[in-house]
Design a protein around this ligand. Sequence first.
Ligand code: A2P
Length: 316
Amino acid sequence: MVQLNNSNATIKLSTGALIPQLGLGTWRSTDEEAYNAVLHALKAGYRHIDSAAIYKNEGPVGKAIRDSGIPREDIFVTTKLWGTQHRDPKFALELSLKRLGLDYVDLYLIHWPVAFKADGFTTDEQFLSIPENPDGTRALDWNQEDPEAGWNFKKTWELVQDLPTTGLTKAVGVSNFSVNNLKALEAAGLKTPSVNQVELHPLLPQNELIKYTKEKGIVIEAYSPLGSQDSPLFTNKTLKVIADSYGVSNAQVLINWALKRGYVVLPKSVNPARVEENFKVFGLKQEDFDKVTNLVNEVGEKRLIVPNWSPFPTFE
Ligand code: A2P
């Protein structure tokens, strides 16, 4: 058994703000689960909560933050812009803040570089949906033949990049952006996002993206760092041998591997014991770190979260 400590590391964003390196993910959590998980996480020492409008649990997430009794300024809160509101991100952020019951968030991200058609939408139910065409395909607000003519993520970012001036969010960034999509923002002369949140675990190590974002001062955040629901990594034998040698779980090895790689890590759990377990850091030896890094060569690369935004080339 190794010495386990609560995580207290932070990373500096391009704004100068400090972001706690380990945060709680809240995707696929029901209202009750989200409320209890966030409250429990904050009691256990977490100071970073990652949410999104489309998770449809901003209400209970915000209530747990408010009920925790922890000063608002001591908690780093993120939420995300859904595709139905790319043409008016300020309004979308105002709605998110209303649901959260907060005056501001610390970070607001474009959730995906994909906008949806949302003509005439006015209700939460409409905004927090994935609109479809009559033939069942996704109703993208994007002109495939001439992306410059239609709406596109560069236009969304042009609006989002200035949101910190409203005071509604302290920093802004993107999520699920590829190197090419980040380069497109730069080529358009737009501001550099503070953050890019992406799927990131040993089977999808994102080395090229990490190298690029490091050069540009963009902080990477890892979602699904455990390999998501029913993760193949929970039963991986190489990981299990490493985990057993420290007396920890596979999940803890995965989180500590990610922390050692130097980016923000956002494991999701609604189970109180696992929420606590995931917050513990220990010294992962270089040789074990290298074995985890090498897993992708043993098992093969695997992207686990692949929503159908066809024909938009999300990951190229
Ligand atoms: P649960 O919420 O019931 O704990 P990811 O963060 O990669 O998306 O992974 C989330 C998944 O991993 C969820 O299904 C979550 O279930 C599960 N999980 C989270 N922490 C642990 C842990 N320490 N051990 C095993 N499973 C975990």
